[in-house]
Design a protein around this ligand. Structure first.
Ligand code: UPG
Length: 453
């Protein structure tokens, strides 16, 4: 919806996704925009639980108002244990809950909505923007590769056939920039998996509406990282703005508390010697992979720092925690960005969630990739075969010998040296992208203008 006249008192309404690591990245950018434009009001909507996560990290601008949204769980509801039950409940209720809360916010603030910014997942957003006659800007909190895959879903299905085997090594070489991505790397719901699930259908719809209806899509990446894919998307969408890495463009107001003494522990280790292990906020490896990883660490004697929730420690081999007390630190939460930026860290064992990949690049640390679902296999493939800054574990699962092999290559062999050099170059490109005149800085300014002009 193109704007016809300048808005004097913009009211930007923002709909965030309360799951995975979607809330904080979007909030960080909104908070920074609010900083730039004190006369604009930013109303940020997410569930109470998710909103809480941002209060600990960001000092909110006076022109940012955070609204708690219903989580979609009916009173007295008994969970059945169905896969993604909480997400499905929220998503089913989302269109109605956002509509109602929006009305309440307009009544409370006395300001009509002038722009709608949402997580790209919200397929119903363009309809709402059209009703209000305001622009719709969509935020993709992950990589250019994954948004491209959702954009090309119909083409991929027509070309490669729905239900293609998940282990298929055929490459997506007909899609710009994807010549090294294999069919098996695709997120579930594109060609294989449950194509009819709410989530798969939502992503499929998203790919279509982003092209047809969004006034701009902004993503948590920088142009220099995936230039071919980015240029292709730029030629298709009305506006594709790579405004990341978000955590560098809009850094948190406070450094997270290092409650478990991770940084002090790292200070005592040799440069480039430590393996950092973290599988993000959603994924947990299957129980049998814990002993495999633990045995590989014991066998190689590589110092390690492991973000592991207490309840998952039962999967570790008996006595592992005690026998490795001087070798490693196991804590339920690490300040991951700071840990990866510490000079003692030499390798990151990761599920390849997009924030983790970016943080590893920012820290100049090569990765050992054990992806689980969604965009993680795409990210892992890109890490290994496009950027050459890491290795996927053999067979896609953590085995003792597979992990030993990866640790050996990355920490001690020539291959690892080359990966460190490659990741250092990507880190430099990220740093340049956010400087004035850098691509992400310019794109952020373009976004700011769209949101508030
Ligand atoms: O001990 C920990 C563990 C995690 N983190 C942080 O948590 C975030 C994890 O984010 P990410 O690596 O993106 O993983 P997920 O939480 O799994 O992210 C979901 O959202 C991402 C962005 O859309 C997708 O790429 C992933 O596949 C999806 O699982 C990162 O910022 C980490 O720094 C910590 O600070 N300390």
């Amino acid at each position: 919806m193109p704007r016809t006249a300048a808005v004097i008192h913009p009211h930007v309404v923002v709909f965030a996704i309360p799951f995975g690591s979607h809330v904080t990245p979007l909030f960080s950018i909104i908070n920074r925009l609010a900083n730039f434009y004190p006369n604009a009001l930013f109303s940020f909507f997410c569930t109470q639980k998710a909103n809480k996560t941002i209060f600990s990290t960001y000092r909110m601008g006076p022109n940012v108002k955070v609204f708690d949204l219903w989580d979609g769980i009916p009173e007295g509801y008994v969970f059945t244990g169905k896969h993604q039950e909480e997400i499905e409940l929220f998503m089913k209720a989302a269109p109605e809950s956002f509509r109602n809360s929006l009305k309440a916010s307009v009544a409370e603030t006395g300001r009509e909505v002038t722009c709608l910014v949402t997580d790209a997942f919200y397929w119903f957003a363009p309809e709402m923007a059209e009703e209000m006659k305001v622009p719709w800007l969509a935020c993709w909190t992950a990589a250019a590769t994954s948004i491209s895959v959702h954009f090309y879903t119909d083409f991929i299905r027509e070309t490669y056939g729905v239900g293609g085997p998940a282990g298929n090594e055929e490459t997506l070489n007909l899609i710009p920039g994807m010549s090294k991505i294999q069919i098996a790397d695709l997120p579930e719901g594109v060609l294989f998996g449950n194509l009819e699930s709410l989530f798969s259908e939502m992503l499929h719809k998203m790919g279509r509406v982003l092209l047809a209806k969004s006034d701009a899509v902004f993503i948590n990446s920088y142009e220099e990282l995936d230039p071919i894919i980015t240029n292709d998307l730029k030629s298709r969408f009305k506006q594709l703005l790579s405004t990341g890495p978000f955590n560098l463009v809009a850094p948190p107001s406070t450094v997270p508390a290092d409650t478990h003494g991770c940084l002090a522990w790292l200070d005592k280790q040799k440069p480039g010697s430590v393996a950092c292990i973290s599988f993000g906020s959603v994924a947990t490896p299957p129980p049998h992979e814990f002993p495999a990883l633990a045995e590989a660490l014991e066998a190689t004697k590589v110092p390690f720092i492991w973000s592991l929730k207490d309840h998952a420690k039962v999967h570790l081999p008996n006595g592992f925690v005690d026998t490795t007390k001087s070798q490693g630190l196991i804590v339920p939460w690490i300040p991951q960005t700071e840990v990866l930026a510490h000079s003692a860290v030499g390798v990151f064992i990761t599920h390849c969630g997009w924030n983790s990949v970016l943080e590893s690049i920012e820290g100049g640390v090569p990765m050992i990739c054990r992806p689980f679902f969604g965009d993680q296999r795409l990210n892992a493939r890109t890490v290994q075969d496009v950027w050459e800054i890491g290795l996927k574990v053999e067979g896609g699962v953590l085995t003792k010998n597979g992990v030993i092999d990866c640790l050996d290559h990355i920490l001690w062999q020539e291959k690892g040296k080359k990966m460190r050099e490659n990741v250092r170059l990507l880190k430099e490109l990220a740093e340049r992208a956010i400087e004035p005149e850098g691509s992400s800085y310019k794109n952020f300014m373009a976004l700011a203008e769209l949101v508030t002009s």
